[in-house]
Design a protein around this ligand. Structure first.
Ligand code: AMP
Ligand code: ZN
Length: 134
């Protein structure tokens, strides 16, 4: 498997692994957007979050929920962003599903998710397409 994250799981390439169990690995992002930026990955290779079944997706979210507060506490952060890029159009570069845990510190000035102004008609049009989802 030519997957860089699988190679980290198999210890074929080094990483700063901060957590490991039988199903998950967490390691420091090599190009952190903030101090302590950590990636959480399942050990089974699955490319995207969409390809996990509902139970696997919930299990992975639980792992991030377990680890994030400990990362925050260990680094003296005040909070965190939990992000997941699903598919290349969403910025996913590594095709092995991963959560980003990004610790946040007072005054770190990270700019995420800039909002855009939207016409009310466009908001309503979008709403009409989405309000039937189950
Ligand atoms: P994404 O854009 O969601 O696919 O994010 C991939 C992340 O993996 C980026 O933040 C990279 O900095 C990170 N990354 C890529 N290669 C490595 C590596 N060998 N060790 C740690 N992090 C990596
Ligand atoms: Zn992989």
């Amino acid at each position: 498997m030519d997957c860089i994250f699988c190679k980290i799981i198999d210890k074929e390439i080094p990483a700063r692994i901060v957590y490991e169990d039988d199903k998950y690995l967490a390691f420091l992002d090599i190009n952190p957007v903030n101090k302590g930026h950590t990636l959480v990955i399942p050990k089974d290779h699955v490319a995207t979050y969409s390809e996990l079944d509902n139970e696997q997706a919930a299990d992975m979210a639980k792992k991030a929920h377990q680890l994030a507060p400990q990362i925050v506490q260990a680094l003296g952060a005040k909070g965190f962003n939990l992000c997941l890029n699903n598919g290349s159009v969403a910025g996913q570069i590594i095709d092995h599903v991963h959560f980003h845990i990004i610790p946040r510190f007072g005054g770190d000035n990270l700019q995420l998710w800039p909002g855009k102004e939207e016409e009310i008609d466009l908001l309503d049009e979008t709403f009409s397409k989405l309000k039937e989802i189950k």
